[in-house]
Design a protein around this ligand. Sequence first.
Ligand code: PMM
Length: 280
Amino acid sequence: MASELVSIRPHRPAGLSRPRIMGILNVTPDSFSDGGKYNNFDDAIQHGIDLAAAGASIIDVGGESTRPGAERVPVEQEQLRVLPVVKALSEYGISVSIDTMNASTALAAAEVGAMMINDVSGGLSDEGMTRVAAETGLHFVAMHWRGQSADMQKKAVYKNLLRDVREELKNRVAELIVSGVRPDRIVLDPGIGFAKDGDQNWQLLANLPALGTIGYPILIGASRKKFLAALLPDDAEPVDRDPATAVISALAAQAGAWGVRVHDVAGTKAALDVWEAMQP
Ligand code: PMM
């Protein structure tokens, strides 16, 4: 049925292509929804392979939780957690992104096969990061960020949310380009839940096309985040936020997003399959 529909389609509409799925692999004891589950090397590798098999085209490996209130992890510890996993998954032929704010971790991950740096601080946390991004030539996700997780929610104050986030992302782009990062390597992310309250997250999600007009691909990371809990019963667990996450993935596709970063890859793949089947 789906293939019949595909075969009678002359071509895909210009401009809207199916977002890539970035599968989340947190190798941390304390991330808010999957902390502690993939701490052990074999479990982490198996989960990465499973996410890729389920439809993720990039696996995002992180060794430091950035949930609101989280404290920093020593860089040596972060590297002990992530580098063996990045190396093994890359050797397996999986595209790996390194989720880090540390330039030395990004560089070490590049040396063992990472193809993308995902820096939630967009290069603001470590002044060496933009140079690493430029010198490695890796794809670079610059997320909108206003400060470390320990107290970032105090910084959720905006004169005009959309305009401020847009301007701050444009400043990141300018610094990356001045540092020598190729424009075609840059991906931007509005940083859902980072120095934003629930209403602000919804407002940004409702205005993705306006972020797209900055001129760079947009990645959305809403998966299982706390603002989704308001839609669910009080005793719901983070994993119960997966259906809402999948709907956001489909709506992000409709808004032209380049990628979605999710825990439940199968759910988002199903949502994107529906979105794709409905394209005129
Ligand atoms: N969110 C988290 C971690 N890394 N990276 C990007 N680019 N965008 C995000 O929204 C983002 C991120 C925190 O969520 P997690 O604890 O589930 O990984």
